[in-house]
Design a protein around this ligand. Structure first.
Ligand SMILES: Cc1cc2nc3c(=O)[nH]c(=O)nc-3n(C[C@H](O)[C@H](O)[C@H](O)COP(=O)(O)O)c2cc1C
Ligand code: SF4
Length: 566
């Protein structure tokens, strides 16, 4: 990296704001970003207007608009859809003269369907609440009263409790206080050499919880060993959690923010980082506030070896992808970057960077306190430890669960969560967000583990589970998931940017004219092109839900009848 670039990156990370921050400031100040605002910003800063526009257009929240955004936003994520969001949106659309917009996942998927009014989340599951929202909009007032929360279900006393253990101590409330015992795990880690910390984490067998399942110890080792152009290394916590139906990282951050901070500081010691970031989606205001408070508290208590900054996402799903996220922190256009080099080699500002999911990092304090071997003894071969699972409101006891890896999907849904909610009959479950497979009843006995789920055409992903009753039209779900991918595509590679659009068109055609042999062949070919030709997981995994429905739910597809033709 050139001296100029190093100087620039130091200015940007230590003192000055990025173009992304500056546009975010406009949103905060004015409630919207206008075209004129970007021209003014360009004149004031000397940043080319086109550069500002490119960044601004990328994010749903920063997209230039001349009118203020609608006050009501209806969630169109799969969990809310399974709970009746489409009917709610249609009804509200009529009553509010179309003055509403969509948001994908507010992170309260154990309730639903959800909407937000002036940023405040409301579960609109009964006519009275919908009337109240309409009245509040007409009268220009806000709603009061407590917002819904996701229930937390703690493991039975004989079961391992690693991630919820500090939440247990506070009986499920929002726990933002500095833990009474201090950062005991961090103190223990600081007394060890970085190599010994990495060895302990490697011995635990912990694999990343963000979706790809990469070994956490190997990532830290790679960051520690990769040469840095100026000696800097970074730790980044990925709290973008854009998977609709997942509220795992949200609950960890809100209820045990110090667990994440401690995990990040342990990771920083292990890989030699002195700067760290938490990238957090804007739909999680309570998590943001809890983490900001925890970062300040940790600093006040003397944990100053690594400075942690919070960066707010602005409504882009692909920014959860690691290279896109790093570009977003840098403030440039967050298109996905080609790998290699991997972030562990050349990440933020070209320096070695350990970017990890929040749940991954929250495991580190327990591993250091109790030893990697004890962690590895929990779970199953290749998938050690416990996993947090979030469940939507189609089951009797929705909420967040900590389960030992290896437990069957059936046990989670039908034992722990009490089976289907009254009046609902199980049809399918999607595990791992919008890029995850939709699995049928025949695969329910699969153990929860990376390879075990892969073998039945499933995915563990990040662990959000959305259960669908037989009232849900899964072909429409598949169409909407593909439309979501088309909307979120970063546009860098054509198989994804064009292929997702063509797939939506084909699915629309199938919905009206039926699935013929020819259309199925075309759809499968398109899926294969996306899988093999896409640069990142968004395009590469976009076909997964469709393929799972073609392979395991042949009877749900409309067949070419009267109007259909080959
Ligand atoms: C489209 C897309 C979105 C992603 N979103 C997230 C996310 O919200 N949170 C996350 O931790 N990982 C997400 N990932 C995975 C990250 O790229 C990366 O693998 C992960 O943050 C690494 O952390 P881990 O090793 O702890 O799993 C996403 C990947 C893709 C392709
Ligand atoms: S697969 Fe899609 S999101 Fe990923 S790089 Fe290609 S265009 Fe961008």
């Amino acid at each position: 990296m050139s001296a100029n670039l190093i100087a620039l990156s130091e200015r940007l990370t230590r003192a000055e704001k990025t173009a992304f921050d500056l546009i975010g400031d406009i949103l905060k100040r004015n409630g919207a970003v206008g075209h004129g605002d970007l021209s003014d910003l360009s004149r004031a800063t000397g940043i080319p207007a086109q550069h500002l526009r490119t960044i601004s257009e990328f994010y749903d929240e920063l997209r230039p608009a001349d009118d203020p955004p609608p006050r009501v936003r209806c969630c169109n994520g799969e969990a809310c859809r399974a709970a009746g969001a489409d009917a709610l949106t249609a009804d509200l659309g009529k009553r509010l003269d179309g003055n509403l917009s969509a948001v994908t996942c507010l992170g309260l998927c154990s309730h639903g369907p959800n909407l937000s009014l002036d940023g405040r989340v409301v579960t609109a599951d009964c006519p009275d609440t919908v009337d109240e929202v309409v009245e509040a909009v007409r009268e220009g007032r806000q709603l009061s009263g407590p917002e819904p929360q996701n229930p937390i279900h703690f493991p039975a006393p004989a079961q391992p409790c690693i991630l919820l253990r500090r939440v247990c101590e506070t009986e499920g409330g929002r726990a933002t206080d500095y833990p009474g015992e201090g950062y005991a795990a961090l103190e223990k880690a600081m007394a060890m050499t970085p190599e010994a910390v990495v060895a302990e984490i490697s011995a635990s067998g912990l694999r990343g919880r963000g979706g790809a399942g990469f070994p956490a110890g190997r990532k830290l080792e790679a960051v520690a060993k990769s040469p840095s152009p100026d000696g800097r290394r970074f730790v980044v916590a990925n709290l973008d959690e854009g998977d609709a139906g997942a509220f795992i990282d949200k609950e960890l951050a809100e209820r045990d923010p110090h667990g994440l901070i401690e995990g990040m500081l342990i990771a920083a010691h292990a890989c030699g980082a002195r700067e760290a970031f938490i990238y957090i989606r804007h739909e999680y205001p309570y998590a943001f506030a809890a983490l900001q408070k925890a970062v300040d508290e940790a600093r006040e208590r003397g944990h100053r070896d690594c400075a942690i900054q919070l960066v707010k996402g602005q409504g882009s799903y692909v920014c959860g992808e690691e290279t896109s996220l790093l570009r977003s922190i840098e403030g440039v256009s967050p298109q996905v970057s080609l790998r290699p080099p991997y972030p562990a080699q050349e990440g933020l500002y070209g320096c070695p960077t350990a970017i990890s999911n929040v749940e991954t990092l929250c495991n580190l304090p327990w591993i250091i306190l109790n030893g990697g071997a004890n962690y590895a003894a929990i779970g199953m071969e290749g998938s050690t430890g416990t996993k947090l699972i979030s469940l939507n409101n189609q089951v009797r006891r929705p909420g967040l669960y900590e389960v030992e890896m290896g437990v069957s999907v059936r046990d989670i849904i039908f034992d722990l969560a009490g089976g289907m909610a009254d009046g609902c009959r199980f049809q399918a479950v999607q595990i791992g967000g919008p890029l995850g497979a939709i699995i049928s009843g025949t695969a329910l006995d699969t153990p929860l583990g990376f390879e075990a789920l892969d073998r039945v055409g499933g995915t563990l992903g990040h662990g959000g589970m959305v259960v669908f009753s037989d009232a849900t039209d899964l072909v429409t779900v598949a169409r909407e998931l593909m439309a979501f991918c088309a909307h979120e595509s970063c546009g860098k590679c054509f198989p994804c940017s064009i292929g997702t659009l063509r797939a939506v068109e084909l699915l629309d055609r199938i919905a009206t004219d039926g699935l013929t042999g020819e259309r199925e062949t075309l759809l499968r070919d398109l899926c294969e092109t996306l899988r093999l030709g896409s640069l990142c997981g968004l395009g590469g995994m976009a076909p997964v839900p469709i393929l799972s429905l073609l392979n395991h739910f042949p009877d749900i597809w409309p067949r070419a009848g009267g109007g259909g033709h080959e």
